[in-house]
Design a protein. Sequence first.
Length: 290
Amino acid sequence: ATMPPLLCAIANAGRHGVLVKSAVVMERLGQVDAVALDKTGTLTEGTPRVTELRPLDGVTAEQLLALAAAAEHGSEHPLGRAVVAAARGRGLPLPPAEGFTATPGVGVRALVDGSVVAVGAPGPHRSRGPAAAPVAELEQAGRTAVVVLRDGEPAGVLGLADRPRGQAAAAVRALAVLTGRPPVLLTGDNPRAADRLAREVGLTDVRGGLLPHDKLAAVRDLAAGGHRVLMVGDGVNDAPALAAAHSGVAMGRAGADLALETADAVVVRDELAAVPAVVALSRRARRLVV
Ligand code: ADP
Ligand code: MG
């Protein structure tokens, strides 16, 4: 017997390094006419590095990094991994932490040496208090600024930077051609870092500072406008948007388990070019089916 076109397409997608979870998913991928892309880990390599340490009064740079790394120890977020790697790279002993919790799109919190240590998005500390100046300086430079709080008081700010994937600009162009409109960028990162990355990969519709439910709302808005949305993401914060999209695709290498489980397809080989490739494969298969 000859293989049905959609099953052939799934096999071909596998050759491109994409795990498509069903024939229905394979068919839907070709129907999309709008694309929403996450930033960190999707358009960027997802291996950010700590580039600046800005300790505040009474804290040394090494204490700041050790404190942040202790709190991030259980984190599966690229930023958390970067903080832990930076501390390890300097050979810093990490104080033990307990009671780790992560809030998608916001940050993490844990009990370190009897203090509650929180590491995450600046929030209200962007506009007031001792962290405001270093946050402004780092964000102006296009960094992701992360504030470290000890018992609610700012202990310092970390700057992090991630590189766009080599294939990001080409994949953005290919998706724009396939769907007839430029993709939109949805990110929890600050608008300045988002704008800088957007310029580098050729995107103009950029929404920064989004929480997971804001990403979901953006996908729903596109759908309400009559679009069939392809969402591409990698984080726990992307899961609601991945679930709501017509097709949800997760980046697999550094992707959070929840994102991989929620998505309809997973890019197993770490190449963004595979995303437009599977949309094109689906279209070709659909022409054979009908
Ligand atoms: P993106 O949408 O670009 O993938 P996220 O929504 O995952 O980004 O994160 C948004 C922001 O929340 C980050 O820029 C950071 O400020 C903060 N954040 C989230 N998780 C962490 C973490 N584990 N450590 C520090 N900051 C975090
Ligand atoms: Mg992400």
